[in-house]
Design a protein around this ligand. Structure first.
Ligand code: F6R
Length: 242
């Protein structure tokens, strides 16, 4: 596990460099896309390069990590809408090249199995972008998640619903109770993982991730067993590292 401490803007450029190198070598590479605040600088940097004609994602594909249950297509807080606004609409993916688990499916268990199949059929994820929750979750694998889990339905913790209420106009009652999420085992199958965390609120989770024992209590710690992980943090998020 490599740990890089830099300013937030630089962190975005570092991951964008890695994406550019990957796409150069393999234009049809598969990217794993996180939603939320943490990857925004990455998406800004990649979008800028696409606008400048330095990079194209025309043959690349993307798989999202997770989705809320019960938000219909087009809902402003549905992660498929959010990733479209934050990233997909700003670059040149082919139509349909970015997929997410369908949190509005009639059969959620089936939707999870289909999602696992579609990642496998695409050849797996080459580069997975991750954020981390204040409670140490990655994707929506909350504390207590099986370290070998696959895509499935999960209940969001009160902490995560509180953290994410800001995306729902501050109204915690509007935040769904359930989600579909790639499992920790699914994420661990990615060939390269880059996790970005910024700000004081992430410092405890980052300290566990990098220095703590591997435990379902802090799900991100499973990444210590991955052969190729980069943890990119600013000074505040690094402040509790020894
Ligand atoms: C989002 C996701 C979550 C977030 C995490 C951090 O797809 O899977 O694990 O990465 O909740 O969220 P932010 O970046 O908003 O602090």
């Amino acid at each position: 596990m490599d740990v890089v401490i830099a300013r937030e803007r630089e962190l975005g450029e570092i991951v964008a460099d890695e994406i550019a190198t990957l796409i150069d070598a393999r234009p049809d590479a598969v990217l794993g896309l996180a939603t939320g605040s943490s990857p925004l600088r990455i998406y800004d940097a990649v979008a800028q390069r696409v606008r400048d004609g330095e990079l194209t994602l025309a043959r690349a594909r993307g798989f999202m990590l997770d989705e809320y249950v019960g938000l219909p297509p087009g809902h402003p807080c549905r992660y498929s809408t959010v990733i479209d606004e934050d990233f997909v609409s700003r670059v040149d993916f082919a139509p349909g090249a970015v997929r997410g688990p369908d949190g509005d499916a009639a059969d959620l268990t089936r939707a999870c199995a289909d999602y696992e199949d579609s990642i496998r059929e695409a050849g797996g994820v080459d580069l997975q972008i991750l954020g981390i929750g204040t409670d140490g979750h990655i994707a929506f694998n909350e504390p207590g998640s099986s370290l070998a889990s696959r895509t499935r339905v999960k209940t969001l913790t009160a902490q995560t619903r509180t953290d994410n209420a800001r995306f729902f106009g501050g109204d915690i009652d509007a935040v769904p109770y359930h989600c579909l999420t790639q499992g920790l085992g699914t994420i661990m199958d990615a060939r390269h993982i880059m996790l970005v965390a910024t700000g004081d609120a992430k410092a405890e989770a980052v300290a566990h991730l990098v220095e703590g024992p591997v435990s379902a209590r802090w799900p991100a710690t499973i990444l210590q067993h991955h052969p190729r992980v980069s943890v990119l943090v600013d000074d505040a998020a690094a402040s509790r590292l020894a």
